[in-house]
Write a protein of this length. Structure first.
Length: 205
């Protein structure tokens, strides 16, 4: 998993509440177990019309937001089904951070396991950041997310602090997903397997 330390990027405001995982990535894309290629289906019903043409009014179809790596969203983001394809689609599109007043629990956990930083902030702070994203990014302004110092710097230079569970923060800073955490103990795993083969050879016969 790619480490998350400092992210400097355009932020796209999406002030919709209860954006569920079916809105993030429709069920028709769940046939694959690959983590790549899902970015094209991100917010499909909002991004494209029935003919497949982009809807010009949708935020991610506008410059410079089509290159956004930060999403400023509404409350209860990621509700609905538990599909892990939702964070896969976000990260394949390029989104590395979602800022919202609240997240659905399963989506929140899945996001961190896939390298996406989810930041919870009060609604009034979210509203202020979204307004700065809309005005600042029209001039090419970028936000800076500093995970080590737990800070967000807006295009106008203002700074917002956020808090995060120490374990999740450490895993993102070091690029550790569940597999990476397991591989840190590969020496102990090999020692156990060798001992088991010696003492219980019938298990590997």
């Amino acid at each position: 998993m790619e480490k998350f330390t400092v992210l400097k990027a355009v932020a796209a405001p999406l002030p919709l509440v209860n954006v569920d995982t079916d809105m993030i990535i429709p069920a028709s894309f769940l046939k694959t177990i690959k983590r790549t290629g899902l970015g094209k289906g991100l917010f499909k019903t909002m991004r494209y019309d029935d003919s497949g043409a982009e809807k010009p009014d949708f935020i991610l179809n506008k410059a410079p937001f089509r290159h956004a790596k930060i999403l400023i969203a509404g409350a209860n983001f990621g509700c609905g089904s538990s599909r892990e394809h939702a964070p896969w689609a976000l990260i394949d599109f390029g989104i590395r951070c979602v800022i919202a007043p609240s997240f659905a629990d399963i989506f929140y956990g899945n996001s961190f396991k896939n390298g996406i930083l989810c930041i919870v902030l009060p609604q009034d702070v979210i509203d202020a950041l979204a307004a700065k994203a809309e005005s600042g990014n029209t001039a090419g302004g970028e936000f800076t997310i500093d995970l080590e110092h737990e800070s967000i710097t807006a295009p106008d230079g203002s700074v917002v602090k956020f808090g995060l569970d120490a374990t999740k923060r450490n895993h993102l800073l070091n690029g550790l997903d569940d597999i990476g955490l397991t591989l840190r103990h590969v020496g102990n795993i090999k020692s156990f397997e060798e001992k088991q083969r010696r003492e219980q050879p019938w298990l590997s016969a």
